[in-house]
Design a protein around this ligand. Structure first.
Ligand SMILES: *Cc1c(COP(=O)(O)O)cnc(C)c1O
Length: 364
């Protein structure tokens, strides 16, 4: 292991004197707050909203720490996990000089965020079965490679990456390995949070946006070694998670069993749709999913996409994405929504699908 945080983080970030907010300079109990230029009379928006939020989101971190079995000092909270992605690029990659490696097909924000920060992206495509390709990842690394983004379960392919492959990379890469677990709740597999203490260069991203049903609230999580968390906290805007987001997320965490029931139902529905989709004559491949969506290859994905739009059903056309040619990505909905989708699809008959089926002698 050759990881050295002091060598990896940008010098200006290491030397940064962070903005010191009123709420970070004084966080004890007092009765009269005349330190933050707030409206002392109150707020038309609601009780307490005249005050700035806790910049370090301590209550929420304590609850998340308990839920995930991780110390609050190893938790960063952001305005969605997209904020953590951006901050990691800004902390570790010198614009115009350093690079980050991604493994396409994968989540689009890594590349967009890197482009915004003028960070070069090097691609090490997944293998044909959508697993990490150790050989091409090794080839993609240069001395300036600071970050490796791995998405597991991966968006848009839906599958988990082999855990042993990730750990192997984390153990040998001199930069930071970011494992995006936005969909981990649907996988039935343990999070890599479990091995955080063994890998000082591992960052695990999770979010309240998917299984937890709070995409509109914007709360994302990063779990990592305290020293990486410290860098994230120094670089983030001081009040990056609003009081409303902190309070509602905290309260929502008490409804864990409701969320678990949703996840269970989603997994049951996922199996049902997988089976039904595979029966459709124009579907050539249904990829196994560990997430709440399914990647499906079909004859003429574009035509199916338009056909569904005409029936007021929107899926994601991924057919122009590397390794995903002719594929749609379909989110698992409620049982009723999924039934509507399947009913609509059963009515689709493309000219080319019919021709292909007839050529294969499957249909009269
Ligand atoms: C949806 C998604 C996210 C977005 O997370 P936010 O917390 O809503 O910003 C992150 N990563 C992946 C892979 C996603 O699919």
């Amino acid at each position: 292991m050759t990881f050295d945080l002091n060598r990896i983080a940008r010098r200006n970030i290491r030397d940064l004197k962070p903005y010191s907010s009123a709420r970070s300079e004084f966080s004890g109990s007092a009765q009269i707050f005349l330190d933050a230029n707030e409206n002392a009379h109150g707020s038309p928006a609601g009780e307490g909203l005249n005050r700035y939020p806790d910049p370090l989101q301590r209550k929420l971190k304590r609850a998340i720490g308990e839920l995930k079995g991780v110390a609050p000092s190893r938790i960063f909270l952001g305005n969605g996990s997209d904020e953590a992605i951006d901050l990691l690029l800004r902390i570790f990659c010198e614009p115009g000089r350093d690079s980050a490696v991604i493994c396409p097909p994968t989540y689009g924000m890594y590349e967009v965020s890197a482009a915004i920060n003028d960070v070069e992206i090097v691609r090490a495509d997944l293998t044909d079965d959508f697993q990490l390709d150790a050989g091409s990842i090794a080839e993609a690394f240069t001395p300036g490679t600071k970050l490796l983004f791995i998405c597991s379960p991966n968006n848009p392919t839906g599958n988990l990456m082999n855990r042993a492959d990730i750990l192997q990379l984390a153990g040998t890469f001199s930069g930071v390995v970011v494992v995006d677990e936005a969909y981990i709740d649907f996988s039935g597999q343990p999070s890599l949070i479990d091995v955080l203490t063994e890998f000082p260069n591992l960052v695990v991203l999770q979010t309240f946006s998917k299984a937890w049903g709070m995409a509109g609230l914007r709360v994302g999580m990063a779990f990592a070694d305290e020293r990486i968390i410290d860098l994230l906290d120094r670089v983030k805007p001081p009040y990056n998670v609003s009081t409303v987001a902190q309070e509602i997320a905290l309260e929502a965490m008490t409804r864990r069993s409701w969320v678990e029931a949703c996840v269970d139902e989603t997994i049951v529905e996922r199996s049902r749709i997988e089976l039904e989709l595979a029966r459709l004559p124009f579907v050539t491949r249904v990829f196994t999913s560990d997430a709440n969506f399914i990647l499906v290859r079909m004859i003429d994905a574009g035509a199916v996409y338009e056909y569904l739009i005409d029936r007021k059903i929107v899926v994601r056309d991924r057919s122009r994405v590397v390794l995903c040619d002719s594929c749609l990505r379909i989110t698992v909905g409620t049982a009723q929504e999924n039934t509507s989708l399947l009913e609509a699809l059963s009515g689709f008959e493309s000219g080319s699908a019919k021709a292909a089926a007839e050529a294969a002698g499957e249909h009269a």
